[in-house]
Design a protein around this ligand. Sequence first.
Ligand code: NZQ
Ligand code: ZN
Length: 383
Amino acid sequence: MNNFEFFNPTRIVFGKDTIKKIDKYIDKNNRVLITYGGGSIKRNGVYDQVIAALGDRKVFEFGGIEPNPHYETCMKCVDYIKENNIDFILAVGGGSVIDATKFISAAYYFEGYAWDIIASNKKIERAIPFGTVLTLPATGSEMNSGSVITLNETKVKKSFHSELCFPIFSILDPILTLTLPKKQISNGIADTFIHVIEQYLTYPVNNQISDRFAESILITLIEESKKIFSNPEDYDVRANLMWSASLGLNGLIGCGVPQDWATHMIGHELTVLHGLDHGITLAIVLPGVMKIMKDEKGDKILQMGERVFGIKDGEREERILKTIEETENFFISIGIPTRLSDHGLDENCIDPIVQRMIDRKWSLGENGTINPEKVRLILLDRL
Ligand code: NZQ
Ligand code: ZN
């Protein structure tokens, strides 16, 4: 097992009808800014519940945060905060609203060009405290300190992390996910699945506990996803998927294991250059990463095949290929087509992505061996 430190201060308030509990965790005298996205919270009653819970506090709002949030939008919110003297931010939405809120809370105090927080990894000294009301289980952003922002001007999508950007609390009410379109449910399941894979499908370090945690999340996702579309009102299915998403990327399963993240890095390029949803890009790229990197990842692919998909028979190579096939079939089973061509892209999309990798001198993966040529092979496999 590798050495590790684990720190996670976010309070999780989980269950039915829990929005009202925000009253307990935000100071009564705070001036509170609600951040939100394109307006789903106003159509499905979540906004009304939040307003009721905030009671007599002075409330402000900033909406219009887009999926894959833009730096440019975040900075408009920073200006709004400067005008209104905000003490606390309440992010109400999915990963995009939460990620934007993290950046906003840090950018507010940052002196200089705030994109440098991301581009140059500039240290954050202070951030406005914030909580979240999660409406879309997927990213784990409600329980981690990471955020992914896009500089729209140059089409760069990049993450930053700061211990000051953990939410103070996150409300996880599975009922709030009932209004999600089917596509967003699938995207969220794929995103969670691949967060687990990024921290699991590397090479063995004899970390039994992190491996078993990871496998339990993968198995839960596979089992619950079979039920969610046939029985969408089932509270426990919603609850299991929601808690899986938080546990998939709150730091726990990443303790003491190597991590990959190549699928995410390549996926981000597909999002900024071609507008594909985050979860969809991952479901496209992962089977290619598994295939092209199967020699380095072989032992863990075998373990996953046996423990997650029950693949026990056959020669090593045969079992590895079967596990890759089962993984791809899982994404297809939740309604995500896994080929670039399914999403209107052909081989012309590959060169620009490879070139961006060369320009940034990227070498990805747990061993740093996924060079631009490997990325080309991965994407060629996905046509
Ligand atoms: O904007 P509104 O109107 O609210 O609609 C949203 C949006 O259109 C809608 N939605 C959310 N909850 C809903 C709902 N519609 C109906 N009912 C509800 N209850 O869903 C759409 C997508 O929302 P978004 O927040 O963009 O999705 P997601 O949670 O998948 O977040 C994706 C972003 O998170 C980043 C991604 O890169 C992407 O930018 N990630 C953040 C991570 C982190 N902070 O740790 C890790 C992830 O790997 C990921 O990269
Ligand atoms: Zn993700």
